[in-house]
Design a protein around this ligand. Structure first.
Ligand code: SAM
Length: 219
């Protein structure tokens, strides 16, 4: 039976071979932020499998391929100011914080208070500094205007729709980029580049719905 370290290496090989992982900086961040710390005790054996994993409250931590793809597409650089909508387990938030470094800042809005608390605890247990991270409880479907403008916005739950009038777009810097799953059930991961107003569908994905004012209604 393969040990956890072998499984981790197999995951990185798979991410590189499939080109979901493209750059050294994203691989370095994914090696530093160990996914094992962000999955429940009962699921640790699946930490390095390419699958979404339940983290409680009906929510999931996304599959490593999707996380790697989103981080590469966001083209993050040191010093950037990033808004994440949907902290969940805190995994993606920790990765964003490593990629923007201590001169950057990550603000993450999470709707479920217990998950915001879990995200902070997971980030601490993974040994990642919270100095450049702020996790807030609330409805982030309309973004977080007091923290704007942002270089990047990463939405990690599905928006029903995205048009140029969406408040998230108003909170981007002039050359900012936004990445969000858009649609119902099977969605398109959409990359919006404010510089040229281009909206590109870059990957079919399946995320949990974003619940809130600019999201879906709670069932
Ligand atoms: N980024 C997370 C991670 O790395 O574990 C995964 C995010 S999970 C797929 C989606 C998250 O979005 C859930 O934690 C859910 O509670 C949250 N969410 C849903 N609607 C939201 C809203 N309106 N504002 C903020 N968070 C929301």
């Amino acid at each position: 039976m393969a040990g956890r370290e072998d499984e981790k290496e197999r995951m990185f090989r798979f991410l590189r071979d499939t080109s979901f992982l493209k750059t050294e900086k994203v691989e370095k961040a994914m090696r530093k932020v160990d996914r094992e710390f962000f999955v429940p005790e009962s699921e640790k054996g699946f930490a390095y499998y390419d699958t979404a994993i339940p983290v409680g409250y009906g929510q999931t931590i996304s599959a490593p391929t999707v996380v790697a793809f989103m981080l590469e597409a966001l083209d993050l650089r040191e010093g950037m100011r990033v808004l994440e909508v949907g902290a969940g387990s805190g995994y993606n938030c920790a990765l964003l914080s490593v990629l923007v470094g201590q001169k950057g800042r990550v603000l993450s809005v999470e709707r479920v208070p217990e998950l915001a608390k879990l995200a902070k605890a997971n980030i601490a247990s993974a040994g990642i500094s919270m100095n450049n991270i702020e996790i807030m409880v609330g409805d982030g479907s309309g973004g977080y205007p007091p923290g704007a403008p942002y270089d990047r916005i990463a939405v990690t739950a599905a928006l029903p729709s995205l048009d140029l009038g969406h408040p998230l777009i108003a909170q981007l810097k002039k050359d900012g980029k936004l990445l969000a799953p858009v649609g119902s059930y099977v969605q398109d991961l959409v990359l919006f580049e404010k510089k040229n107003g281009k909206m590109s569908r870059i990957l079919p994905v399946m995320f949990v719905p974003l619940i809130g004012k600019y999201g879906f209604r709670e069932e």
